[in-house]
Write a protein that binds this ligand. Structure first.
Ligand code: ADP
Length: 405
C-alpha cells in the first residue's frame, strides 16, 4: 500500500520536475516582453500582436502567447479563428505558425468557438498559464511577446513569475484619468516584482481624422507621458484612434502586416522602435528603480500647514529628491473651486505623489489613494519645507487626524 508520505514525496518530485521543464523551456528564449495594462479595452492585444509581427518582420524568431483568459482576442486579430491547438498525449502544445518566424499560442485557440465562454476558477488560471509556458513547444526564440491578463492580480503575477529572467514590461494605457490611475498600479506592480519597464504607450490618443489626416483631440491626451515622467519610466509615445486599426483588427490582419501608411501605423512604428532595438541591461535596471524625485503637496495658509484641508486656498508643492533628502523646488498653487472629486484629480494632474495634511476624512483619503497619491494625516502646523524635510528624514510627527469628517 502507498503511504501518505510516499504520495507527498511523489508530489514534490513531480513539482520539481515541472519547474525544471518550465525553466529549461523559458531558458531557450532570449527576451520576454510582457504587454500589460491596468484594465481591458485599452488596446493591449492590438499592441502585443503588432509588436510580435513587427519583431518577426525585423528578422527575429518570435513567439506570441495570449493568456488574456477572459478576452483572448489574438486569434481574431491574426485571422486564426477556426484553428485549434491540439495538445499531444504528453500534453505538449505545438504553436500555430503564422509565418516562418512567428508562432502563436492563444487560450482562444483551445475553445471550440470564439463565442464559447470559459469560467476559469482560481487555480485553473495559473495552471493554463503554466502549461502554455512549460508545454508549449516554443523552441529557440529571440523574443516571446506575452499578451498578459489585464490588471495587477494573480494572473499577471503568475505570468511575471513564470517567465523567469530577461523579461521586461510594456504598459499600454489610454489618456483618460481613470486609465492613468490604473497605470500607476501597473508601474508599482512591476517595481514590486523588480520587472524592468521598457516603457508606457498611450493608445487611442486623439483621433486620426480619415478626411484631413490631422489628429483631433477627442478627450484629452498626454496623460501617459506625464505619468511616465512623474514615475521615472520611459514613455514610448502615443498612438491615435485610427479607423484603419479597427478594420485591420476586425479583418484578421494586423495593420503592421497590411503595411498601411495610416497615421496610426506610422505612430505605432515610432512607438515600438525602441523595443525593436535591444534595451541595454543598465538602462533596464535604472527603469526598475524608484524615481529620482517626488512631489509633496501641503495645504497652506499664512506660510504654515492649514488644518482645514477642504477649505485651504493654496497648496505648497515641494519637489524633493528622496535619495539625497533635499528640496529641489517649491511652488505655490491655487486649486480650482472645491467640489467633490475635483482636488484628487487636480493634484494628480499636478504630479503630486504624497499629501501631508493636518486632517482629512476617510472618504477623501480613499479618493486620493485611488488617484495614486498617498496621504499622511495628523501633521503639525509648521512650514511646508520643514514638514517635507522631516518626512524625508523620517522625523515627521503625525498625531491624530485633526478633522475626520
Ligand atoms: P485589450 O487587449 O486592451 O482589451 P484590444 O487590443 O482588444 O484591447 O482593443 C480593443 C478594441 O479597440 C479592438 O476592436 C481594437 O481594434 C480597437 N483598437 C485598439 N487600438 C486602437 C486604435 N489605436 N485605434 C482604433 N481602434 C483601436
Amino acid at each position: 500500500m502507498t503511504s501518505c508520505a510516499q504520495v507527498q514525496s511523489k508530489d514534490v518530485s513531480m513539482r520539481e520536475l515541472d519547474e525544471g521543464i518550465l525553466q529549461t523551456n523559458m531558458g531557450r528564449i532570449g527576451q520576454k516582453i510582457l504587454v500589460l495594462s491596468g484594465k481591458g479595452g485599452v488596446g493591449k492585444s492590438t499592441v502585443a500582436a503588432n509588436l510580435a509581427v513587427a519583431l518577426s518582420k525585423a528578422g527575429k524568431r518570435v513567439g506570441l502567447l495570449d493568456v488574456d483568459l477572459h478576452g483572448p482576442s489574438i486569434p481574431k486579430i491574426l485571422g486564426l479563428e477556426g484553428m485549434r491547438l491540439c495538445p499531444d498525449a504528453m500534453g505538449h502544445i505545438e504553436p500555430i505558425m503564422v509565418s516562418e518566424t512567428l508562432s502563436v499560442i492563444s487560450v482562444g485557440l483551445l475553445l471550440d468557438k470564439q463565442t464559447d465562454a470559459v469560467v476559469w476558477r482560481g487555480p485553473m488560471k495559473q495552471n493554463v498559464i503554466r502549461q502554455f509556458l512549460k508545454d508549449g513547444v516554443w523552441g529557440d526564440l529571440d523574443v516571446l511577446v506575452v499578451d498578459s491578463p489585464p490588471g495587477t492580480g494573480d494572473e499577471p503575477l503568475a505570468v511575471a513569475e513564470m517567465v523567469g529572467e530577461n523579461a521586461s514590461a510594456v504598459i499600454v494605457t489610454t489618456p483618460q484619468d481613470v486609465a492613468i490611475a490604473d497605470v500607476r498600479r501597473s508601474v508599482s506592480f512591476c517595481r514590486m516584482l523588480e520587472l524592468p519597464i521598457a516603457g508606457i504607450i498611450e493608445n487611442m490618443s486623439g483621433l486620426a481624422c480619415p478626411h484631413c489626416g490631422e489628429i483631433v483631440d477627442l478627450f484629452k491626451t498626454g496623460g501617459g507621458g506625464k505619468l511616465a515622467r512623474e514615475m521615472g519610466v520611459p514613455f514610448l509615445g502615443c498612438i491615435p484612434l485610427d479607423p484603419d486599426i479597427v478594420s485591420a483588427g476586425d479583418s484578421g490582419t494586423t495593420f503592421t502586416q497590411s503595411s498601411t501608411n495610416s497615421l496610426g501605423a506610422q505612430a505605432f512604428a515610432s512607438v515600438i522602435a525602441p523595443i525593436l532595438n535591444p534595451i541595454s541591461p543598465a538602462e533596464l535596471e535604472s527603469n526598475s528603480k524608484e524615481p529620482q524625485s517626488m512631489k509633496i503637496a501641503i495645504p497652506t495658509a499664512q506660510g504654515e500647514l492649514c488644518m482645514h484641508f477642504g477649505h485651504c486656498e493654496q497648496f505648497t508643492m515641494i519637489e524633493v529628491d528622496p535619495t539625497t533628502k533635499s528640496v529641489l523646488s517649491t511652488e505655490m498653487l491655487t486649486p480650482p473651486p472645491h467640489e467633490p472629486g475635483v482636488l484628487p484629480r487636480w493634484l494628480s494632474e499636478q504630479g503630486a505623489n504624497l499629501i501631508i495634511a493636518g486632517g482629512m476624512g476617510q472618504r477623501a483619503q480613499g479618493l486620493f489613494v485611488k488617484n495614486g497619491i498617498n496621504v499622511i494625516v495628523g501633521a503639525p502646523g509648521k512650514s511646508p519645507e520643514v514638514l517635507a524635510l522631516s518626512y524625508l528624514n523620517n522625523t515627521l510627527e503625525s498625531g491624530a487626524n485633526a478633522c475626520d469628517h
